[in-house]
Design a protein around this ligand. Structure first.
Ligand SMILES: O=C(O)c1ccccc1NCC(=O)[C@H](O)[C@H](O)COP(=O)(O)O
Length: 250
């Protein structure tokens, strides 16, 4: 069966657009800031590591959020974010590689590139400290993991099920995000993280992604084993610095 048929139409459209984007020229080489180390730096403190996402829009967002990505990123950092996630997908998320470059120049924390990468060549579109690799969309995960590492970037491997987690671990992933959003329906269920997390080996750094709306959700994900939380909407749709600070204090 064609795997893409089980995806939401918006996700199929995202993947088609990614496929049609021109391949970057050249090869990036990054002296990356470690996302894993930044998360681990909160161990033994009362801070919740938050990866705050600069998210102009998305298929499930009404309208587009205006605001300079750099100004937003600075507010996130001032609110105590451990790292930032910047969308580089232009057509469905309003992101750009230019926004990521400008954000990375403006902040000191690690910056994750959030996109829908399917091939090694796409890693070269922009220098980031880490890249998201969605297990479900990548044919050869070990090759992409090696490709990212060879360029000096960490990889956050995103999974949505216990089977995908097992495949990610087999491929050598050490930084894993469990997406609470089902890319077949776009529904968000925090129970997804709770179902998948117990299968993760102790030495894997685990990130809970999507649908974390408030401090109660943040505490729920931490109780289920999240080492860090990736949050977009709840931060973007309020006072960015205050919302970040609240989640860091959860
Ligand atoms: O957010 C969407 O609408 C979306 C739709 C289709 C594929 C992916 C999508 N989101 C990507 C993300 O990973 C989220 O932006 C990220 O986890 C933050 O989620 P949230 O805090 O719920 O904004």
């Amino acid at each position: 069966m064609d795997e893409t048929k089980t995806l939401a139409p918006a996700v199929r459209s995202i993947l088609r657009a990614a496929d049609e984007r021109a391949e970057p020229e050249g090869r990036v080489s990054v002296d990356g800031r470690s996302l894993t180390a930044a998360i681990e730096a909160s161990d033994g403190t009362d801070r919740t590591p938050i990866i705050a996402e600069v998210k102009p829009t998305s298929p499930t967002t009404d309208g587009t959020r205006t605001g300079d990505p750099v100004a937003i990123a600075r507010e996130m950092e001032a609110g105590g974010a451990t790292a930032l996630s910047v969308l580089t997908e232009p057509e469905h998320f309003g992101g750009s590689t230019d926004a990521l470059e400008r954000v990375r120049d403006a902040v000191e924390v690690p910056v994750l590139r959030k996109d829908f990468l399917q091939s090694e060549a796409q890693l070269d579109a922009v220098a980031a400290d880490a890249v998201l690799l969605i297990a479900r969309f990548v044919d050869d995960l070990p090759a992409l993991l090696t490709g990212a590492r060879d360029r000096g970037m960490e990889a956050l491997v995103e999974v949505h099920s216990r089977e995908e987690l097992a495949a990610a671990i087999d491929a050598g992933a050490t930084l894993v995000g469990v997406n609470n959003r089902d890319l077949a329906t776009l529904e968000v269920e925090l129970a997804t993280f709770e179902r998948v997390a117990p299968d993760a080996p102790e030495d894997v750094t685990l990130v809970a992604e999507s649908g974390i709306a408030n401090q109660a959700d943040a505490r729920r994900m931490r109780a289920a084993g999240a080492d860090a939380l990736l949050v977009g909407t709840a931060i973007m749709d309020g006072d960015v610095r205050d919302r970040t600070r609240e989640l860091v204090a959860a």
